[in-house]
Write a protein that binds this ligand. Structure first.
Ligand SMILES: Cc1ncc(COP(=O)(O)O)c(C=O)c1O
Length: 364
């Protein structure tokens, strides 16, 4: 399998990538929202351009470093869905803001002070989304404090408060679609109530921006869940992984990214060892998924890993031998992509393209 490639190597099934991208673009049309995919999943400029060509209005990133890479590749509209705090980042953001429209999601006036200086220096209002904590308890102002936070943000020069954002990460691991749907409904309701309160206070914010792949997959079944939302920011959907399969957001046939690995040992009848461990598959695991990855097609489980070894549990009758190759679907593709300099686009069993994972490691 793909004898021209050394292992471990990331394989991207381009037919599946394109199908996933087009399916999300079609959902965007059905929902009548703006699509702003989170590129932390792939970190590849060509794929960001594909998403834009297929109808995304712009992209979402987490880091200034990712924004730098994507702006340099010609992406014209970038939301940094992460508070940008500290002078080091601000200097770099200034350069990005001269190449692309940059907006930022943050949750406090304290996190906006440096950006306010930047907006003033650029003589343009930087669009700001106020991030609400709708139950995930990561960043996000509590909805009851949102009005005060919005008022304080409005007083800062160089900023333009355009909307509200949230990330409902607490849909993960719930496992029951009715419970997931009520989490999404509550998230959207909090956002809309807060928007209305801001309107009554004379703040005409219009954007309501939410993530991610699980949330949007539910909207494909029940579009009314996202009534009032103006923007969706799914990321993982472009590749999918064992997590999104376990969440019911896709099927295994929708997983577009795998790690090509070589069997380097068959030390016991029920065990083979591949040359992929935590440094190439990532250490991410899930309480709901057995092992650390699954061989595409065969269902063999990477039962446990060390840094450079992956231990496959096998039926003793399985003929898998030293030198054979397998393609492993990871638990969490976004973490895996960040470990690789290159990814190989494949079609019909052939390698057709090499991508630089240009945003990989851009964690500052
Ligand atoms: C702020 C934000 N928006 C959007 C996303 C995309 O979500 P997903 O990867 O579930 O598609 C994420 C993912 O972590 C996120 O943190």
């Amino acid at each position: 399998m793909f004898a021209e490639l050394d292992t471990p190597s990331v394989l991207l099934d381009l037919d599946r990538v394109e199908r996933n991208v087009r399916r999300m673009a079609a959902l965007r049309d059905r929902l009548g929202v703006r699509l702003r995919p989170h590129i932390k999943t792939h970190k590849i400029p060509e794929l960001a351009r594909l998403q834009v060509a297929e109808g995304a209005a712009g992209i979402t990133v987490a880091k200034v470093g990712e924004a730098e890479v994507m702006a340099a590749a010609g992406i014209a509209d970038i939301l940094i869905a992460y508070p940008v705090v500290g002078r080091h980042k601000l200097r770099r953001l200034m350069a990005v803001a001269q190449q692309a429209r940059v907006s930022v999601a943050l949750d406090s006036p304290a996190a906006a002070g440096d950006l306010s200086d930047l907006g003033e220096a650029l003589k343009q209002g930087i669009p700001i989304y106020l991030e609400l904590d709708t139950g995930f308890h990561r960043v996000g102002v509590s909805p009851r404090d949102a009005l005060d936070a919005a008022r304080a943000l409005q007083r800062l020069p160089g900023l333009e408060l355009v909307g509200l954002a949230s990330y409902g990460g607490h849909v993960h691991g719930v496992g029951d679609t009715a419970a997931v749907d009520s989490i999404i409904a509550a998230e959207v309701q909090l956002l809309l109530e807060t928007r209305d309160a801001l309107h009554r206070a004379g703040m005409p914010v219009e954007e309501i921006s939410i993530g991610g792949t699980v949330t949007t997959s539910r909207a494909a079944v029940r579009p009314e869940l996202l009534a009032g939302v103006t923007e969706i920011r799914p990321g993982t959907y472009i590749f999918n992984d064992l997590n999104t399969v376990a969440e019911g957001a896709c099927r295994e046939e929708d997983c577009a990214a795998t790690l090509l690995a070589t069997v380097v040992s068959r030390p016991a009848p029920d065990r083979a060892v591949i040359d992929a461990g935590s440094k190439s598959l990532s250490s991410d695991s899930s309480p709901r998924i057995a092992g650390r990855g699954r061989v595409a097609g065969s269902g063999q489980v990477v039962e446990w890993i060390t840094e450079e070894h992956g231990m496959l549990r096998l039926d003793p009758a399985d003929p898998l031998a030293v030198g054979d190759r397998v393609a492993v679907i990871p638990i969490h593709i976004c973490a895996m992509m960040n470990l690789h300099d290159r990814a190989y686009g494949v079609r019909g069993g052939q390698v057709v393209e090499t991508f630089a994972v240009a945003g990989r490691g851009r964690v500052q």
